[in-house]
Design a protein around this ligand. Structure first.
Ligand SMILES: CC(C)(COP(=O)(O)OP(=O)(O)OC[C@H]1O[C@@H](n2cnc3c(N)ncnc32)[C@H](O)[C@@H]1OP(=O)(O)O)[C@@H](O)C(=O)NCCC(=O)NCCS
Length: 214
């Protein structure tokens, strides 16, 4: 799997990215809101006030997987703020979602992120220079379920870690739902470490070394 075609994601890839998200995260709140919501979410990550490094792997004219990494400023809060009318109608047309425990949990997180999301003015002023504690994270990684466990995820992760090293970061982090045991096994296998805390909230990190650059 090391000879995979890897490219930076553009708007033209978002339909395929959404397809993989829907298939790889069937229980996510975003998936339950439909393909258009997923498309808008990743569009915001590409065009919001982030330093986003998004890549995808391709094989025989098909997208196999993707990874969005980088420094994100309001990945969820900004998305909600920008799409609030659209999302309001989506929930209104799917009222049964409010009875779904996972969805309600995500909704609570979403409201919390809205409270901490800075206003447009503040986001413009916040740059990587004025915010030295900004850190590189993995926002989302997914492989088409038809081709999982064949090495695609590892290739994507390696490419994003190498980009973080190139940008001067020596540490990278992510948050995974503690019940997502498959993803946790994958992260542990590719060298990630669970943050020490009790109870563990799903934060993982990896110490990067410039010697790993290929
Ligand atoms: C998590 C995910 C991205 C991993 O991608 P993948 O292509 O299936 O993983 P790889 O085949 O590259 O696996 C790399 C290594 O992890 C191991 N691994 C992967 N999944 C594993 C599992 N569930 N249990 C144990 N080991 C696992 C592989 O055996 C491999 O080990 P090796 O290097 O010794 O051969 C993919 O399974 C996925 O899309 N899952 C659904 C979406 C998701 O949960 N994303 C994470 C959200 S935080």
């Amino acid at each position: 799997m090391s000879d995979l075609d890897i490219r930076t994601v553009t708007d033209d890839d978002l339909i395929e990215i959404s397809r993989i998200h829907l298939a790889a995260f069937p229980e996510s709140a975003l998936t339950k809101l439909g393909a258009e919501a997923v498309h808008r979410y990743y569009h915001w990550q590409l065009h919001g006030p982030h330093d986003c490094f998004a890549i995808a792997t391709f094989g025989e004219n098909q997208t196999l997987g993707f990874c969005f990494g980088g420094v994100f400023r309001g990945a969820l809060g900004g998305f909600l703020q920008k799409n609030k009318k659209f999302l309001f109608w989506r929930v209104l047309l799917r009222p049964w979602l409010l009875f779904n425990e996972i969805f309600r949990e995500r909704l609570k997180t979403a409201f919390r992120s809205l409270r901490i999301f800075p206003t447009k003015k503040k986001v413009k002023k916040t740059s990587i220079l004025s915010n030295p504690v900004s850190s590189f994270s993995i926002l989302s990684i997914a492989v088409d379920p038809a081709i999982q466990t064949k090495g695609v995820g590892k290739v994507l992760m390696k490419a994003v870690e190498e980009e973080a090293i190139r940008q001067g970061y020596d540490r990278i982090h992510l948050t995974v739902h503690p019940s997502n045991t498959n993803a946790i096994q994958f992260y542990l296998r590719v060298g990630w470490i669970k943050n020490e805390e009790d109870p563990w909230a799903g934060v993982m990190y990896k110490i990067l070394s410039a010697g790993e650059l290929s």
